[in-house]
Design a binder for this molecule. Structure first.
Ligand code: SF4
Length: 363
């Protein structure tokens, strides 16, 4: 699971085998969902016996699965040493979107995000990232049609900042797009980033998947508070890098800007106007996400009226604006609610607790 087609090809060459064996293995593992090497019948018996001795197809271990009333499914996956990650499947008509994690925790610490509050443990490896798609794809009955695709869309939007884990994420997205593996189109694989400017530019050399930017504020002062990485990469720089990426894609690409609406923090009409001015002439779509509460946050979700008002203002300025419906909040699987279990190496959790204590004492 941890090897790309090129790396598998090198492995087979080192065995004195033909390089195309890599494609056969990729098809068995990722396209057909077969993890038992002895069942890979287009390999000679001798090669299968050798591979069984030398290799294994190791899928990450699912330790818990929860189904929401609305059909959303969440998996909790163990990635060793007590670290747990979460991934979520959101069915919607004919679409089934899998929200995949890229890190155990996250170092960015956006103020509205439960993952950020957990601190950060480590990056996930290629097998741990693509293994999530493998698990979801094969959690449905494929006995009638092994080529049937159950997952139609993947969003790199679970735990972690994907561009902080560049190489494994790029390799995993390569497998997602590979017609011998998951065969998803580049418009159905989306990478969501808080805005790491150099990595966005670098990504354009390796991939042309859809890009989503977690914007959440139309000016640097407010964005510095909500998305701290903005202090390093301010909005102007970020938008420049997104333009660079889109121009490289060269296919009339539309970028999605995510905007979490937090009651009385970033949901005023004044800010809607600023946002409209900021994105003027940018080929984009705006996705509004009413804040999903969690215990460690004092932010509140705005009323439906305030959400609608924000949306209608932007629409009146000609923007395509969607409101993300809250899915899976009864199993804590909604946007911004994923926590897993993080052996926090940043000690952020500890520091946050101390801060809370000081605040309570001063009250
Ligand atoms: S919103 Fe994304 S980048 Fe920000 S802390 Fe959460 S997981 Fe990290």
């Amino acid at each position: 699971m941890g090897l790309t087609k090129g790396e598998l090809g090198d492995y087979f060459l080192s065995l004195g085998e033909k390089e195309y064996r890599a494609t056969q293995i990729i098809k068995w593992v990722h396209q057909k969902g077969v993890s038992d090497i002895s069942k890979m019948t287009d390999l000679s018996l001798e090669l299968r016996e050798r591979l069984v001795k030398e290799c294994e197809v190791r899928v990450p271990e699912v330790i818990y699965q929860a189904d929401s009333m609305d059909g959303t499914r969440k998996w909790v996956i163990s990635v060793g040493e007590g670290d747990l990650i979460e991934m979520v499947l959101i069915p919607e008509g004919k679409r089934a979107t899998l929200c995949v994690s890229s890190q155990v925790g996250c170092a960015i610490d956006c103020s509205f995000c439960a993952t950020g509050k957990q601190g950060f443990s480590r990056n996930l490896s290629l097998d741990e990232i693509i293994g999530q798609l493998w698990i979801a794809e094969n959690s449905f009955d494929k006995s009638k049609d092994i080529y049937k695709r159950n997952i139609s869309n993947v969003v790199m939007m679970g735990m972690g900042e994907p561009l902080h884990n560049f190489e494994p994420v790029v390799k995993a997205m390569g497998l997602m797009l590979d017609s011998n593996a998951y065969g998803l189109s580049k418009r159905r694989v989306t990478l969501s980033t808080s805005g790491l400017v150099p990595q966005i530019k670098e990504l354009s050399k390796h991939s042309d998947v859809s890009l989503t930017i977690s914007l959440h504020a139309p000016n640097d002062e407010l964005r510095n508070e909500l998305v701290p990485v903005n202090k390093k990469y301010p909005i102007k720089e970020l938008l420049k890098s997104v333009r660079f990426y889109v121009d490289k894609c060269n296919d009339s690409r539309v970028t999605t800007f995510e905007y979490i609406l937090i009651d009385r923090v970033n949901d005023s009409l004044k800010l809607a106007r600023e946002l409209a001015d900021l994105l003027l002439d940018f080929p984009c779509k705006i996705n509004l996400i009413p804040f999903n509460p969690f215990s460690e946050s004092s932010y509140k979700r705005p009323s439906n009226n305030r959400v609608k008002r924000f949306q209608e203002f932007l629409q009146s300025k000609g923007y395509v604006v969607t409101i993300r419906s809250t899915r899976g909040d009864d199993i804590m699987a909604a946007c911004g609610q994923l926590v897993g279990k993080v052996n926090d190496k940043t000690r952020r959790k500890e520091r946050n607790k101390k801060k809370e204590l000081i605040q309570v004492k001063s009250i």
